[in-house]
Design a protein around this ligand. Structure first.
Ligand code: 5GP
Ligand code: ZN
Length: 113
């Protein structure tokens, strides 16, 4: 996807603060953090949103969460974290390449909306 900002980050064409990378996924810092720690986990393959990937490759989607489980301490998330993945207009998704927000590093607000 030549016009996708996250595909460009994955390709190294746009710089990012990378915390984890393998052949399938990338974890970077969000450029506009909403918590003490705010990561974006994304598959390298372009899916528009979480429903798109769940439909096309549910096993790979599950593997993203398995990898996160193995990285909790490394990411400074031992105290807990919150996962959010916005989809579509009502979800206020602003980048059309699936990404999963991982927020933590402090006590978060009880309300999410
Ligand atoms: P969404 O609104 O689609 O759920 O989340 C998009 C997220 O991507 C936002 O939290 C925004 O701060 C982040 N973001 C947008 N552009 C960039 C960028 O170029 N680099 C990084 N690291 N994050 C970005
Ligand atoms: Zn993309």
């Amino acid at each position: 996807m030549s016009d996708c900002i996250f595909c460009k980050i994955i390709a190294g064409e746009i710089p990012s603060a990378k915390f984890y990378e393998d052949e399938d996924i990338l974890i970077i810092a969000d450029i506009n953090p909403q918590a003490a720690k705010h990561y974006l986990m994304m598959p390298k393959k372009h899916y528009t949103d979480i429903a798109d990937m769940a439909e096309k490759d549910p096993e790979a989607l599950g593997n993203i969460f398995k990898k996160l489980s193995g990285l909790i301490s490394e990411l400074g998330l031992d105290g807990g974290f919150r996962i959010v993945s916005n989809k579509g207009e009502n979800g206020c998704q602003s980048v059309g390449h699936l990404h999963i927000h991982v927020l933590g590093g402090e006590k978060l607000n009880e309300k999410m909306g």
